[in-house]
Design a protein around this ligand. Sequence first.
Ligand SMILES: NC(=O)c1ccc[n+]([C@@H]2O[C@H](COP(=O)([O-])OP(=O)(O)OC[C@H]3O[C@@H](n4cnc5c(N)ncnc54)[C@H](O)[C@@H]3O)[C@@H](O)[C@H]2O)c1
Length: 253
Amino acid sequence: MDSGEIPAALTHVYDASAERAHRLISRLQKKPQLVANHHLLSSQSIDLVVEAASQDAVRDAALSVLQNRKDLMIMSAGALLDESVFAVLEDACREFGRTIYLPSGAIAGLDGLASVRSELEEVTLTTTKHPDSLRGAKFFAAHDMSADEITKPTTIFRGPARNAVSMFPANINVAALLSLAGLGAQRTEVSIVADPSATKNSHRIEARGRFGRMTFLTENVPDQDNPKTSRLAALSAVEMLRRICSEGIRVGT
Ligand SMILES: NC(=O)c1ccc[n+]([C@@H]2O[C@H](COP(=O)([O-])OP(=O)(O)OC[C@H]3O[C@@H](n4cnc5c(N)ncnc54)[C@H](O)[C@@H]3O)[C@@H](O)[C@H]2O)c1
């Protein structure tokens, strides 16, 4: 947007940390206005609010955005695995005639998976990360274990996406997206491998059903500006924004 590549303008920014908001604004040529809270965001004359903050931000602000008749893009997709949050937001989209966009984030293949949703029998996700990327997850406290103890590739979790959410809340957006596009959080099987030699975050998705089989593998490098996030996740948000803002020929389902 700032480069003019996407026909849209970033007009307002809100971040709970004013310092981080200022840091972002300082890097942009066309300066958006900084607002003091999310109500001031959703009450502006804008078309779309992009959430790239946290699951709390979705819980706190998403409904008000829709009620103010703005569309919403959500990066913290894990928030939607809470069935009550999902139901409230889905109802609000219908009532206020708005759309919530969920970019594919750090994975590929959601288009194919959603296309065969009615024929799916099994979906599995194997996420492999360096133990440092998993540090701080509730899982370690619950199992009286430390990420430092892992010296070789180890499958530390295997279970439904629903359980992965509670054990690895900060690493679960991918499992949430997969669940929402496919078989739901109870029937999407997740394995998490901690690998001290991993230099990339990888996600392997396998799906099977009447349609045949699909396998998707993404091996993500960290984003240059934000090493916690995969570069693909940021690029997928940009691509979705481009689609929202463009008319004409659309490629892909
Ligand atoms: N869908 C995906 O594949 C995918 C991939 C990467 C990250 N994510 C998610 O996107 C979100 C942002 O990721 P990030 O790496 O940029 O995080 P980050 O921590 O680098 O930045 C988040 C920013 O949002 C602000 N923030 C947090 N909660 C807020 C709130 N309630 N109200 C206002 N501001 C708030 C923080 O101050 C911070 O500046 C996270 O929830 C992350 O899990 C999703």
